[in-house]
Structures are given as structure tokens and as C-alpha cells.
Design a protein around this ligand. Structure first.
Ligand code: HMS
Length: 231
């Protein structure tokens, strides 16, 4: 068996979750799964419909973005994935164009923490990285997207192990986690949070953020000692 078989399968099954969870239509997203010991990740090939995917069609890429093994062209977002793997100790990345999260990204807005559903998962607003300027685009768009995500968190003093999601302004969300499955889970949570926040503002444009005591209470109920949630 190939030494890459495990990550080929992990990436394949995680990608197949995207249409099932209504996070993508057509080929609007990609998931990758890393083997950090080997310094590589498996990623969806570019433009291939989910129904036509197989583990063998996943492309193996190193953390500098070089293709190591595979017959197809890797996702157009591959270099963004590579930058994040190179700098962060993570095992999976998910990128979608899910409707509500992408709408917040296009509007260039953080998603405010309005309720306890959001606080069950995160204690902060979902951050939105400001759109790239032309210099950054010229400097290698896909690589720069990776740095845009990293800079967005560092500017706000947020830790990527705690906030596993960023909206890329003008573009769409990226999520990550210790595995490809966890990255997809985070994309599904993000889409749900994004939809609820949008509807909340429609119903009450003056709605206040959730107060800190409830944010803390709800987060700790789910993530405190002995909790199973989100593991
Ligand atoms: O970001 C985008 C398009 O804006 C891409 O993620 C999306 O089209 C999927 O591209 P790939 O098929 O992975 O190359």
C-alpha cells in the first residue's frame, strides 16, 4: 500500500462530505488532509466534480506547494493550504463557498457573536481578513491568501488552535483543524453561525452581542474538563 493511501482516503471522504452538508455546489470547494511526518498533504484535484472523485485522484503536495504524486492538477487553492500547513501544526483544511459564510466574507464583515450557538463553539466574533491590495495579488495570490489568513489572526492576537476559521474578504471562508474531518466540521458550524447571524440582523438590526458572562458559560459547558464536544 502507498505511504500516501491514508491521507488520500482522508481527503477523499472529507471532500465527499461537502455536498452532503450543502456546503458546496458543483466544484465550489476543496479539502486537504496532511501527514505531518511525511511533510505532505492530499488535496482535491481542481475542477473535478465530487461524484467523480476517488482516493486515487487526490493529489499529493508538499508544504512548499510542489506536486509530489498525482495525475491531475491540484486545487487552485493548493498554495494557500501549503502556507497554512507550513506555519501551523494542523492536520486538515477546508475551503468552501458556502452561501452565508461567503456572503459575510464578501461584505467584509466579522460575524458577531449574537447567541449561545456561536458561543458553544467560539468565544469571539468570526474574523474577516481584509481584501488583498494589488501588490499582494501580484506577489502570488494563492500564497498571499495564506498569509492574509495568518495575519488576520495575529493582528487580533487570536490563536489558530482556538479560532479555526477565517473569512477571507471578497473571497470565502477557510477552516482547519487537527484532521480533515474536523476542518469540515468547522466549515459546517461556521455556515450555521453565519446564517443565524444574518437572520438575527434581519429580525433585529440593533441586536447586541452576547454578553461575556454567557459567552464564557456556554463555551465552558461544551469545552471544559470532561467535555466531549468538538473533540
Ligand atoms: O476559490 C475558488 C474560486 O473562487 C475555488 O476554491 C473553487 O472554485 C474550487 O476550485 P478548485 O476546483 O479546487 O480548483
Amino acid at each position: 500500500m502507498s505511504k500516501y493511501q491514508h491521507i488520500r482516503e482522508a481527503a477523499y471522504y472529507a471532500n465527499m462530505e461537502l455536498p452532503k452538508l450543502n456546503l458546496v455546489i458543483f466544484t465550489f470547494g476543496n479539502v486537504s488532509a496532511a501527514n505531518r511526518d511525511l511533510g505532505v498533504f492530499a488535496i482535491k484535484p481542481s475542477g473535478v466534480p465530487y461524484a467523480e472523485l476517488t482516493p486515487a485522484k487526490m493529489v499529493i503536495v508538499d508544504f512548499d506547494g510542489n506536486v509530489i504524486e498525482g495525475d491531475l492538477r491540484p486545487s487552485s487553492d493548493t498554495k494557500t493550504h501549503a502556507v497554512l500547513y507550513k506555519h501551523w501544526d494542523i492536520g486538515g483544511i477546508c475551503h468552501t463557498h458556502s452561501t452565508y459564510a461567503t456572503s459575510w466574507a464578501q461584505a467584509q464583515r466579522d460575524i458577531p457573536i449574537y447567541g449561545t450557538t456561536h458561543a458553544d463553539h467560539k468565544t469571539v466574533d468570526v474574523p474577516c481578513a481584509q481584501p488583498m491590495d494589488d501588490e499582494m495579488i501580484k506577489g502570488g495570490y494563492e500564497y498571499q491568501t495564506g498569509f492574509q489568513i495568518m495575519n488576520c489572526l495575529s493582528e487580533r492576537k487570536l490563536d489558530h488552535r482556538e479560532v479555526e476559521m477565517v473569512l477571507v474578504g471578497n473571497h470565502a471562508p477557510f477552516t482547519w483543524g487537527k484532521s480533515a474531518d474536523k476542518a469540515v466540521y468547522n466549515s459546517a458550524v461556521l455556515e450555521s453561525i453565519a446564517q443565524m447571524a444574518y437572520l438575527t440582523e434581519q429580525i433585529n438590526p440593533d441586536c447586541a452581542r452576547l454578553k461575556e458572562s454567557l459567552i464564557k458559560k456556554h463555551y465552558e459547558r461544551k469545552h471544559g474538563p470532561d467535555s466531549y464536544y468538538g473533540q
